[in-house]
Design a protein. Structure first.
Lengths: 352, 258
């Protein structure tokens, strides 16, 4: 059988793609090495930012945004790339925070003398990762909403366990960590963690491991039948996401100097991660960081202007995202045909 | 090894490549597959036919280890794989396609092919890097072989049903398997494309690949297969050459509805 000439087909294809001169290059610029180059440049600029003589409040805001970006990127690894929508991801944040709290206050866990921040921080991550292994083995067998609900249940259960385990966790009273403020140090630490996590996600996405996660999201049975050890890959992704979430939790506890079950095991924190990932673009590398920044400033704006109803406004925003741009900002830029906002944009672009 | 498979004649005293021994699978009280003995020898093209609901796909699922079987054993290359997981038999050299096509819709056609490579000797370090050039070369070759190379950069979700079937066959071929199980590879495919698929199966069989086909298209089966199994109500109704099957009274009653 003679192979048909593919030449005319490909020209046909390029003709079919709707021209959208302004926004189309954004996505191609962000993909591959140029995306990473932009990211590293941004990190460099952010590293120089404190030298412009900014206030410690600005540094604090900076570290808060880095925390959000890191959390969103982490959640995206399991929720966006692997497709396991984790509604209890804040549990790893809480585990990390408590691990930090317990180690540095030296509450009766027979660890004496109490640990320093730098020793406790990696342990926070490791504890969260091990907890992910423990929880993931049963829950990652569940599909779709069942997994989401099981993780939500895990979060709520851990909150109650932290409340009950009084001798270790301080119960409902919580733990007071030594108040050692270092805004500049916090800023650079979280900048480094954020830089590492987002670069790691970029790396994973290009790798066969990352592609296998996407394959699992798209068709898990198909992926398993084609030789991918889906259990192993899912658990690995889950543990990586949990590790860095635990690190962030540990950091947060240190920075906040106080933790109790109700401030670290919060559903709202998970919802925030989901929202930021979705707004930016689920499963993309640069979407969740972008979404985190946008949501941070939007929350700030709403909180300042309509204090009474800012949560309501955020809720409406979430609904709007799901309805009109389920693929997020980057998804809408890339494949406009699949979101209503994207279709609108391309219609506007074409009519010009 | 391939030449051996090619030249060897099919006799029953040779070791089967894939074998089911008294395989049973129940869904509640319903025996979807009931006590079926089954063997595919190296180099064969074997057909599996039967009315809707006769248990063909369930038997496929049992053989490819997607479904746990309730009793019986499955052997692949002489090894008992009854308790193996699907990815394990896949790495041993068994791949399949699905009745309802399973491709990764949000990935490009090429991406679908790349990720379906042979995972048997993939080290952790290898996994942490992008697909190597030789995987891409093989993927492009196979896309050319299946005449869909012009779609390489298209998202798989944008393909037509027939193109997706071809892509799925390509993905099943990527790891260079010993046996391919094709579940209704021709349903929803236009006649010209069916001829293409038939032609490709023959070529691959000449290269030593073994096939097991579920088909409703009797001409397709008759043209390609050396042996045919007929299932009805989960039980093996008949087995033999296509000619024998087409003249078998019980098969005509149950399947052709004459």
């Amino acid at each position: 059988m003679g192979a048909e000439p593919p030449a005319n087909k490909s020209t046909e294809r390029s003709k079919k793609k709707p021209p959208f001169p302004l926004l189309a290059p954004v996505r191609s610029l962000l993909s591959g090495w140029t995306g990473l180059a932009f990211w590293l440049l941004l990190l460099l600029l952010l590293a120089l930012y404190p030298y412009t003589g900014v206030s410690s409040v600005a540094l604090f805001v900076g570290s808060q945004i880095f925390v959000l970006v890191t959390l969103a990127s982490n959640w995206n690894l399991i929720g966006g790339m692997t497709g396991y929508v984790d509604f209890g991801h804040a549990v790893f944040f809480g585990i990390g925070a408590y691990m930090m709290g317990i180690l540095v206050t030296g509450t009766p866990l027979l660890i004496s003398p109490e640990w320093g921040f730098w020793q406790a921080l990696p342990v926070s991550g490791v504890a969260a990762a091990l907890f992910a292994l423990l929880v993931g083995l049963p829950t990652l067998r569940l599909k779709g909403p069942y997994f989401s609900i099981a993780m939500l249940g895990t979060l709520v259960a851990m909150r109650e366990i932290a409340r009950v385990l009084r001798p270790i966790t301080g119960g409902g009273v919580g733990l007071n960590l030594p108040p050692l403020l270092n805004r500049l140090g916090d800023y650079y630490l979280m900048l480094a963690v954020m830089g590492l996590v987002v670069s790691l996600i970029w790396w994973i996405q290009r790798s066969e491991f990352g592609q296998s996660l996407i394959a699992i999201r798209e068709d898990e049975i198909g992926a398993e039948m084609r030789g991918i050890n889906t259990t192993l890959h899912k658990i690995a992704a889950f543990m990586i996401a949990a590790f860095f979430t635990g690190i962030v939790g540990g950091f947060w506890a240190w920075q906040n100097t106080y933790i109790d079950p109700d401030v670290v095991f919060v559903e709202a924190r998970t919802v925030e991660m989901v929202m930021m990932s979705m707004l930016g673009g689920l499963g993309t590398v640069w979407g969740p960081p972008l979404g985190a920044v946008v949501i941070y400033y939007m929350e700030d704006l709403l909180w300042a202007n309509l204090f009474d109803s800012h949560l309501l406004a955020l809720g409406v925003l979430l609904v709007a995202i799901v309805l009109f741009m389920p693929e997020g900002i980057l998804g809408t830029l890339g494949d406009r045909s699949s979101t209503s906002l994207g279709r609108l944009l391309s219609r506007v672009g074409r009519s010009k | 090894m391939r030449n051996q498979q090619q030249t060897a004649t099919m006799t029953s005293d040779r070791q089967p490549l894939l074998q089911g021994h008294t395989v049973s699978k129940y869904f509640g009280g319903l025996a979807a597959v009931n006590n079926v003995d089954f063997a595919v020898y190296p180099g064969e093209i074997v057909g599996l036919i039967g009315p809707n609901g006769s248990g063909k796909t369930t038997l496929f699922d049992c053989l490819s280890r997607l479904q746990k079987i309730d009793s019986g054993q499955v052997f692949f290359k002489g090894r008992d794989v009854t308790g193996a997981r699907p990815y394990q038999v896949a790495r041993m050299g068994l791949t399949r396609t699905f009745q309802s096509v399973r491709v990764y819709r949000k990935m490009t056609v090429l991406g679908n092919m790349l990720i379906s490579h042979q995972w048997r000797d993939t080290s952790l370090l290898r996994m942490l890097r992008p697909s190597p050039a030789n995987t891409a070369r093989r993927a492009n070759q196979l896309l050319g072989f299946l005449q869909i190379e012009h779609l390489a950069d298209e998202e798989a979700g944008h393909l037509s049903g027939g193109q997706r079937r071809l892509l799925e066959i390509g993905m099943a071929l990527m790891p260079d398997p010993d046996i391919l199980l094709l579940d209704e590879a021709t349903s929803g495919v236009n006649p010209t494309l069916i001829e293409t698929i038939k032609d490709r199966i023959r070529t691959l069989n000449d290269q030593g690949k073994t096939f097991l086909l579920i088909e409703h298209n009797i001409n397709f089966i008759a043209d390609l297969c050396s042996r045919v199994y007929v299932l009805n109500h989960g039980e093996k109704l008949a087995e033999g050459t296509p000619q024998e099957i087409l003249q078998n009274e019980a098969v005509i009653d149950a399947y052709f509805g004459a």
